[in-house]
Design a protein around this ligand. Structure first.
Ligand SMILES: [Zn+2]
Length: 374
């Protein structure tokens, strides 16, 4: 299939962003006349890119209109995500619905083994879906350079080429899990409609990203967002990255263990969850201290970056739920006076664990729209 007219691509992207959008709504949203919209939809249905559902009863004056949805034989993108212990591959149709999922656990073996497992799953979905598959997005737990090469301290991997999951994929993009979760929150989560959204996620470390006017703030190598290594923590603590006083070391399971006099936890995330679930005074005080550190850093980032929405994922969301007063008070105390008049919303991420894989799929769709316009 060759290039499509811009307004046909805009129609596809609009239905992707608002599945179930009616033809009448699409024509208003895109500023097309109803005749033009009908013509564009006709082309897209004929190309098996869109389908029209049954007519909806008209609720206002005018004729009944039909919702626009993914075509049953239409395009899909594959999205893969892995952590230090689990993996998952989804096939995602237009509109963001996953139509097939393969998942499992891995034992943190070599990069070749884990990427081989992902590659097998991608191959099985390609066998099943054939030429409907347009490309692959990969979410990884580490720093991803140039949307392809992964350094993952948590797995002991250096410069791993993630494109090995599907060599020769027509469209391929890989990125850090927190970065992709940031994209997902803007597209389909708690930051929908934000002018500038900041997403922060705490797991083994603290990462995140800013999405400004719909565009990811990526940096020169696509690795922007390592906010956990801002020196907002205790300078006596040495971070795994080699620097002292990293903010991430003040908000994770290791920070809770230091406050409670426990040994360094082997699984900082699991340890942190167990402390947050406790109901004794020592645990509550440690959680309050860590939530305050998180809030202070959020205030600093808000002063510097000016987001209107801040979404918190993973352990950061758990800290918000466990100690909301302490976290919000620390944010308020750290904001510049001018920012306090219109403070950003600080909320839990809506997509939770599905954020990274959702963002991976969204990035492939973005690439596909660009390819269609060429
Ligand atoms: Zn660090």
């Amino acid at each position: 299939m060759g290039a499509l007219p811009d307004r046909a691509v805009a129609m596809l992207a609009a239905v992707h962003d608002h599945p179930g959008l009616t033809r009448a709504e699409a024509s208003r949203l895109l500023g097309m006349g109803t005749g033009g919209a009908a013509e564009v939809v006709g082309v897209l249905v004929a190309e098996q890119l869109l389908a029209e559902g049954s007519p909806l009863p008209a609720t206002t004056r005018g004729r009944p209109t039909r919702p626009l949805t993914a075509h049953p034989d239409g395009p899909v993108v594959l999205a893969a995500a892995f952590s230090h212990a689990t993996w998952r591959v989804d096939a995602v149709e237009l509109g963001g619905t996953s139509i097939a999922t393969l998942d499992g656990e891995h034992a943190g073996e070599s990069a070749g083994t884990v990427l081989g497992v992902l590659g097998d799953a991608v191959g099985r979905l390609r066998d099943r879906l054939g030429d409907r598959v347009r490309g692959l997005g990969v979410s990884a737990p580490g720093i991803v350079t140039d949307e392809r090469y992964l350094d993952a301290t948590i797995l002991g991997w250096r410069s791993v080429d993630l494109a090995a999951v599907w060599p020769g994929a027509g469209l391929f993009v890989a990125d850090n899990d927190a970065t992709l979760a940031a994209v997902a929150e803007v597209r389909r989560g708690a930051a929908a409609g934000a002018r500038s959204a900041l997403h922060l996620m705490v797991d083994a470390g603290l990462g995140g990203a800013q999405v400004d006017a719909g565009r990811l703030v990526g940096g020169a190598h696509g690795t922007a967002g390592e906010f956990g290594h801002l020196p907002l923590g205790d300078p006596a603590v040495v971070c795994a990255c080699g620097a002292r006083g990293c903010w991430g070391t003040a908000v994770d399971g290791g920070a809770l263990a230091r406050l409670l006099g426990d040994p360094v936890p082997a699984d900082p995330g699991g340890y942190a969850r167990s402390v947050i679930a406790r109901d004794d005074a020592a645990a509550r005080a440690a959680v309050a201290t860590v939530a305050t550190s998180l809030g202070r850093g959020i205030a600093g980032l808000v002063n510097a970056l000016d987001p209107d929405v801040v979404t918190l994922g993973d352990l950061a969301a758990d800290l918000l739920a466990a100690a909301p007063d302490e976290l919000h008070a620390a944010v308020a105390a750290g904001l510049m006076r001018s920012r306090r008049e219109a403070p950003p919303t600080v909320v839990a991420a809506a997509l939770g664990a599905a954020g990274p894989i959702t963002g991976a799929a969204e990035r492939v769709w973005d690439r596909w729209w660009a390819q269609l316009r060429r």
